[in-house]
Design a binder for this molecule. Structure first.
Ligand code: SF4
Ligand code: SF4
Length: 465
């Protein structure tokens, strides 16, 4: 059982990027249990991102942010401006869950599931396939560019741009039907604005994950700025066990000190943990804001420990503070995050279950309270607008109930094309009693009825009351 890392691990301020600025980081690939775990998480997420956009049922996308129609399609449900509270609830649930997870496991989101990290690893792999290992790339950096290297570099950038373009098209496919988008692109008749957008998105992805990578995590990501406040000294973070590792020394030095019986730590100073780090930091310097908890250094160091026949875990997930006493898992702040997550989740779930399929607005004609016609009918005038939030609900029948002899004049069937247009209706009665009579508008499809209360004004006594 290893001791947790030293309680005095320094926390580097984010402004100190350990000389990363201007330095090209050549990331060495490594293998290990955390790299397998990241792949286990990344592949389903990538499959969902690239696959979901093509999924349809009866021509309706499973997920589409349809801004022209002011709606979001999500697995058969329609969300619109009317459901903003549900979408807000979903976002609060996701944010509070992130807080909860961060407090237990630190920045695992950054290291294992953030799109920035997943795409960065794809781009690093492409770099590895085309230009060779990190050490080779680093060596060749100082040499003049040969024809073969230029060709490999061009291939790398072409592949990066191809991945960036596919990403841009897929991402855009969540905002307009992807089949239309691809058809327009294939027939070269896509509007200039769409082409401009795709070019911007492609360049943004290419620059973001190909050229600037870790600088986004360091300088642009808001989460990296405030994640420290979510954690406490029991939160797990990737940490170097300095008590066990120091004083570090190479194998050569180690062999020489063995003769003098001087104390030497487990770190063989091979620097591999730095070479595999996608943000280029040395975790042995202590916890740093630039560390995204990707655990690549853990896998790399574990391999070194196995080769040098030492116990693994010199770098590992550990709490920052030494805890001689067993600590309670459910500390108050964690309980608070859990409670907020639970409340947000249950309220959003309740709102989802009770989500409205149909929203009807009924407006009285305020210019004339009622009008009497020569055939003896007394009529009130209404404007009705209805929006459907159920893809299966495309039209409804309209009827009215109330005092005997009530007549509804207007279209019996109401098309729910969500055009936002109002439709005029009259409700009439022969020989009505004076006053304000309660009536009910009924909207129905084959199996459901929605009712809205209203009133029929039959005399000016309404105004005197
Ligand atoms: S990989 Fe492990 S042994 Fe090598 S320098 Fe890093 S901490 Fe030391
Ligand atoms: S220090 Fe280790 S965990 Fe942190 S970013 Fe670098 S490789 Fe990943």
């Amino acid at each position: 059982m290893h001791k947790p890392p030293s309680a005095t691990i320094p926390l580097h301020p984010i402004t100190d990027t350990n000389g990363l600025e201007g330095r090209k980081i050549h990331v060495r690939l490594t293998e290990g249990r955390f790299q397998h775990l990241r792949r286990l998480i990344s592949w389903p997420l990538l499959a969902a991102f690239f696959g979901l956009v093509w999924m349809q049922t009866n021509g309706t996308s499973w997920l589409l942010f349809d801004f022209p129609e002011r709606r979001i399609l999500l697995f058969g449900a329609h969300f619109s401006w009317y459901d903003l509270h549900i979408l807000t609830g979903l976002m609060i649930t996701a944010a509070s869950l992130l807080f909860f997870v961060s407090m237990i496991w630190g920045r695992v989101w950054c290291g294992f599931a953030c799109p920035q990290t997943i795409w960065t690893w794809i781009f690093i792999r492409i770099e590895h396939w085309t230009e060779g290992r990190a050490a080779l790339r680093q060596r060749q950096e100082k040499m003049p560019l040969s024809g073969a290297r230029l060709a490999r570099r061009l291939l790398k950038h072409t592949l990066w741009l191809a991945v960036a373009l596919i990403t841009a098209v897929t991402f855009t496919g969540y905002f307009m039907p992807i089949r239309d988008l691809v058809t327009q692109l294939a027939n070269a008749n896509a509007p200039a604005t769409l082409v401009g957008w795709l070019v911007c998105m492609t360049l943004l992805t290419y620059i973001n994950t190909g050229l600037v990578r870790e600088k986004i995590c360091l300088h642009a990501c808001p989460y990296s700025r405030f994640q420290a406040v979510m954690m406490d000294d029991q939160s797990l973070k990737v940490s170097y066990d300095s008590e066990r590792g120091e004083p570090r020394g190479s194998m050569k030095l180690r062999n020489s000190v063995q003769q003098t019986k001087a104390a030497v730590g487990d770190c063989v100073d091979c620097n591999i943990c730095v070479q595999v780090c996608p943000t280029g930091i040395d975790i042995r310097d202590g916890l740093q804001a630039a560390c995204i908890d990707c655990a690549a250094c853990i896998d790399a160091c574990d391999q070194v420990m196995l080769k040098t026949q030492r116990p693994t875990g010199l770098i590992r997930f550990a709490a920052a503070q030494e805890q001689p006493q067993p600590q309670r898992f459910w500390r108050p702040r964690l309980l608070g995050y859990f409670a907020v997550t639970l409340i947000a989740f249950s309220s959003t779930g309740y709102a989802l279950v009770n989500k409205k399929d149909l929203v009807v607005e009924i407006r009285r004609d305020r210019a004339s309270l009622y009008r009497e016609f020569s055939d003896g009918l007394l009529c009130n005038f209404y404007q009705i607008k209805a929006d459907s939030f159920d893809p299966g609900l495309t039209q409804i029948n309209v009827s009215v109930s109330g005092p005997e002899g009530l007549v509804l004049q207007g279209p019996e069937t109401f098309l729910l094309d969500n055009s936002g247009e109002w439709t005029a209706y009259r409700v009439c009665l022969t020989d009505p009693a004076a006053g304000v009579l309660p009536i009910t508008f009924n909207f129905s499809d084959q199996s459901r009825i929605w009712s809205r209360s209203s009133s029929l004004i039959t005399s000016t006594s309404y105004q005197q009351r």
